[in-house]
Write a protein that binds this ligand. Structure first.
Ligand SMILES: C[S@@+](CC[C@H](N)C(=O)[O-])C[C@H]1O[C@@H](n2cnc3c(N)ncnc32)[C@H](O)[C@@H]1O
Length: 223
């Protein structure tokens, strides 16, 4: 049994409670990440993307929404989470807990809030494995909670499925990418304003440098 099997029935509800402080539901954050991938990472509309640690498919679903022509596959160690993925999404890709069932040569591999659930000693192996699934010119994108943001830490502390989470700063994430051969890295802080300050959100695109974001995105590629 994998850790997230126990949360597969109510993952989305628990997520919604833990992020409610922002005035948004979990869907807002999944859509935010998918929009980021569509705008900054996907090389073309009909690209192939692997959602590594896809869980119940929240980010996968949003990737399909923003990149309808793309093929979205998913991988997760929790079979019960995979079982909860929308059948319409599953019908258009491969969602598996066995790597051998997946293709390879992906244009992008996305890890959305996965790495902090992997034991530190196992993180390099996971990132090297994810990098090995990239095709020529492919990009690896890691979305992580920003441990320097006190509101993020508070949300993590209160979230039942984050009980064993160990957050990691951008420099640690970058090291995994570089050691996997993805030497060109780009860091963007994301998610700055709660719903109450929604009118300021158009500024977020120019705040990628600012370490106050609730999360960050690290993109790695060979060149
Ligand atoms: C917080 S959930 C995030 C799910 C999804 N990416 C999202 O943003 O909604 C973390 C997921 O990582 C998965 N996970 C944990 N360790 C993993 C590993 N070594 N390989 C693949 N997935 C893993 C868990 O099973 C869980 O589904």
């Amino acid at each position: 049994m994998s850790e997230f099997d126990q949360f597969s029935d109510n993952y989305q509800a628990l997520l919604n409670v833990s992020v409610s402080i922002t005035g948004e539901a979990g869907e807002y954050f999944a859509a935010y990440k998918a929009k980021f991938v569509a705008a900054k990472v996907a090389p073309k509309p009909d690209c192939r993307i692997l959602d590594y640690g896809c869980g119940v498919g929240l980010v996968s679903g949003q990737l399909k929404r923003f990149l309808p022509q793309a093929r979205i596959d998913g991988y997760d160690v929790s079979q019960l989470s995979l079982d909860r993925i929308d059948p319409r999404l599953r019908a258009k890709g491969t969602f598996a807990c066995n790597m051998r069932d997946l293709g390879g040569a992906y244009d992008a591999v996305v890890l959305a809030n996965v790495l902090h659930h992997i034991e530190p000693h196992d993180r390099q192996r996971a990132i090297s494995e994810a990098a090995s699934l990239l095709g020529r010119g492919g990009k690896l994108v890691i979305f992580e909670h920003n441990p320097a943001n006190p509101l993020t830490r508070r949300a993590v502390d209160r979230c039942p499925f984050d009980e064993n989470a160990i957050l990691l700063p951008p420099r640690e994430t970058r090291e995994y990418l570089v050691r996997s051969g993805l030497r060109r890295t780009l860091l963007n802080y994301i998610v700055f304003f709660p719903r109450a300050l929604k009118w300021l959100r158009p500024l977020e695109g120019s705040l990628g440098w600012c370490p106050l974001g609730a999360q960050y995105a690290m993109v790695g590629s060979e060149t």
